[in-house]
Design a binder for this molecule. Structure first.
Ligand code: SAM
Length: 202
């Protein structure tokens, strides 16, 4: 039996597309410990997750990897929005400059305060300051846990898993899901959500 074409459309919910989440704080994600030989795909995914879930930029600290920058720029060019990308900045300088400008540093780590069972997210939100969110790759230096570096050590559950997953859950909880309804400015392409098939508006 042929399906009614209308069945391909998704059901609209109360959550309509918006320009930006209501929390307009700046969130920059710092990726520490990238190994160009083996982390290209995962680091790219961390950057794209940061962009898609409404962080305002990404710092690939201490190393340069121009291929990742190019991928992120191409994605932003096609899919819209503005997204800051920088690489090679020493992590100590990035943290120092962030704090000097009044920002707060959140380190995502399996060993931190559990985002579900503690009030750490409320404490972060109540400060009303821009956030630098640090994720590792290989084991991070122990100084990352200290108050000189991290204002908050936050865990997304207390099991070790992935920087990409940890970042996604953190951003989603921070923006309470609003980031998933965002329409990006100046997009050359937009996905029209459908129950089946693919539709792209150009
Ligand atoms: N053996 C590494 C260690 O001891 O740090 C595990 C690193 S893990 C593969 C890479 C990164 O994922 C960590 O540096 C952290 O940023 C993030 N991560 C992993 N599990 C996490 C969790 N449960 N909560 C928050 N972040 C997590």
């Amino acid at each position: 039996m042929k399906e009614n074409p209308k069945n391909y459309l998704t059901q609209e919910t109360d959550s309509k597309p918006t320009q930006k989440p209501s929390d307009t704080r700046e969130i920059i994600v710092l990726r520490w410990g990238h190994r160009p030989q083996r982390d290209v795909r995962l680091t790219t995914h961390v950057a794209l997750t940061a962009r898609a879930l409404c962080a305002s930029g990404f710092i690939l600290s201490d190393v340069e990897d121009p291929g990742i920058e190019e991928t992120v720029r191409k994605m932003t060019n096609s899919w819209g929005g503005t997204f800051h990308f920088e690489m090679g900045t020493p992590w100590k300088k990035a943290v120092h400059d962030w704090k000097a400008n009044g920002g707060v540093v959140v380190h995502l780590t399996a060993y931190g305060e559990n985002i579900q069972t503690s009030d750490v997210l409320n404490r972060i939100k109540s400060l009303d300051k821009n956030l630098l969110v640090i994720v590792g790759s290989q084991k991070v230096p122990s100084s990352f846990y200290s108050s000189e570096v991290s204002d908050f050590n936050v865990s997304i559950g207390n099991q070790p898993h992935s920087e990409c997953a940890a970042l996604a859950v953190f951003l989603d909880r921070f923006f309470t899901g609003e980031e998933l309804a965002r329409n990006f400015d100046e997009a050359k392409m937009r996905i029209v959500p459908r129950a089946r098939g693919k539709q792209i508006k150009k």
